[in-house]
Design a protein around this ligand. Structure first.
Ligand SMILES: Cc1cc2nc3c(=O)[nH]c(=O)nc-3n(C[C@H](O)[C@H](O)[C@H](O)COP(=O)(O)OP(=O)(O)OC[C@H]3O[C@@H](n4cnc5c(N)ncnc54)[C@H](O)[C@@H]3O)c2cc1C
Length: 444
């Protein structure tokens, strides 16, 4: 205990790790290459974040993230609530108290974590890019920042998916494309307009065939919408155009209460993000002792499932426990084991979605693909009237409060019995067809 610790990277994973380690008596300093953010929550959304470009895309904060925050960093949870972040339950027949999502922008969650660092007097070096980790023999001895080497016993690599520290001392054990390109835009509701209802906690998801759309309700009247397409789909590339994006959204009655004239205005461009991959790493046997990768530097999963923040905080909790026990590396190993089933589940879901979208875009029959798909939890959330067990299990799974898969024989059998109901539901609440989306995009 009491090793000098550098946390490199002040995303959700790094900030949570710094707080947890400091609160158990560790000397911690944080290095973040991006400039310092605004101190007022109302300005938090305007923070420039070149080091974490995903901040310009919607984030959902799932039940597990909130549950872990309440149990391990309760002051941060309280601060969020006191500063305008709402909590929205994900209804299901037997909803548990943890089935609640936080309606926050990612920038606001980081704002609250950063404030907690100040309360704890944890040194925070903004605009400080760590160039390398310095070693002595087989152990970490410090970090190089500009021309200085600062001595540390432990270095937490929380530099995210593009960490340039991780490739030297971790090995990639799995790397699979997500099969989705995002186009996202943020909006603000007009003064005095209350957020219209969302369907699944803070989110309304519309699973199209060949594309997908989701609306996220955030704090302070802000909300965001993303439209996902296949990476190879050149036709939907035009979603980047703001007018085309708006025309497509006009097809969805679900979003009308949010987007009708006078209710909201866009506050960002349409921002694309491509090249997303699911990557699982493992600590290399040759890594120096004291090097501790965490968060997206260790495991990245498709953002469609909104799990990154919960996985980052969960890793921070496990790592802090291992550091307190005097065996930091066991924390990384435990994290690898905890992460793997969540990673494998995302791969399975991505494969199913991508196969379905590819067939829909090519206008090929979908029945055989549909029959082979793992249970789709979003569809099952709506099936509470017919199978409450399935609806409850889906709500727990979506919030990461249950086992990291719904692909079990029991659930497959239950879903099999429900297929006629699910088909009727789809017909009663249809998403626009791929052809309709293409037509709206072209403006013809
Ligand atoms: C499009 C998209 C949407 C997403 N949506 C969701 C969602 O809905 N819900 C969810 O929970 N998760 C979501 N995620 C994932 C989520 O953003 C991350 O998983 C989560 O924030 C944990 O990331 P992290 O802290 O490990 O890394 P990051 O958030 O990437 O932070 C890494 C930090 O390290 C800094 N840094 C990098 N290198 C250095 C260096 N050498 N020196 C100093 N600082 C450095 C960067 O500037 C950055 O601040 C999404 C991701 C993407 C790409």
């Amino acid at each position: 205990m009491n090793e000098r610790t550098a946390v490199v990277g002040a995303g959700v994973a790094g900030l949570c790790t710094a707080l947890l380690l400091s609160r158990q008596g560790q000397h911690v300093e944080v290095y973040e290459r991006d400039p310092e953010g605004p101190s007022d929550v109302l300005d938090a959304g305007a923070r420039t974040r070149p080091g974490a470009p995903q901040t310009r895309h919607p984030h959902v904060f799932l039940g597990l993230f909130r549950k872990q925050l309440i149990s391990h960093l309760p002051d941060v949870h309280d601060d969020l609530i006191a500063n305008g972040v709402g909590e929205v339950p994900l209804a299901s027949p037997g909803a548990t108290p943890d089935q609640v999502m936080l309606a926050a922008r990612r920038s606001v969650v980081e704002w609250a974590l950063r404030r907690a660092l100040d309360r704890d007097a944890i040194p925070y070096h903004a605009g400080a890019s760590v160039q390398e980790i310095v070693t002595s023999g087989s152990a970490v001895s410090g970090v190089r920042v500009s021309d200085d080497v600062v001595p540390y016993d432990l270095v937490v690599d929380a530099c995210g998916a593009r960490s340039r520290l991780a490739p030297s001392w971790t090995e990639v054990v799995a790397d699979v494309e997500c099969g989705k390109v995002y186009n996202s835009r943020f909006y603000r509701l007009a003064e005095g307009v209350a957020p219209p209802p969302t369907r699944y906690g803070t989110v309304t998801v519309v699973d199209g065939l060949g594309y997908g759309v989701a609306l996220f309700s955030h704090d302070h009247g802000s909300f965001s919408i993303d439209v996902g397409r296949l990476p190879e789909d050149e036709t939907l590339k035009d979603l980047r155009d703001a007018s085309a994006f708006s025309r497509v959204l006009g097809l969805f009655p679900q979003f009308e209460p949010w987007l009708k004239p006078g209710v909201s205005t866009p506050v960002s461009e349409v921002v694309p993000m491509a090249g997303l991959r699911n990557v699982m790493r493992t600590l290399s046997p040759s890594a120096p002792s004291g090097y501790l990768p965490i968060g997206d530097a260790l495991c990245v999963t498709d953002p469609t499932f909104g799990r990154g923040a919960a996985l980052g905080l969960g890793q921070a909790i496990r790592l802090a426990t291992a550091v307190a026990a005097g065996d930091p590396v066991s924390g990384v190993r435990e994290n690898e084991q905890w992460l793997r089933p969540w990673y494998d589940d995302v791969i399975l879901q991505d494969q199913g979605r991508t196969a379905l979208w590819r067939a829909a875009v090519a206008n090929e029959p979908l029945e055989a693909i549909l029959a082979g798909l793992p249970p789709n939890p979003f569809m099952l959330l709506d099936a509470g009237e017919h199978d409450p067990v399935l609806a409850d299990a889906s709500a727990q799974y979506v919030n990461m409060l249950a086992a990291p898969t719904m692909d079990t024989p029991e659930f497959r059998e239950r879903v099999g019995k429900l297929i006629p109901v699910l088909m009727t539901q789809m017909m009663m609440n249809p998403a626009p067809s791929y052809a309709e989306v293409v037509k709206a995009l072209s403006g013809t």
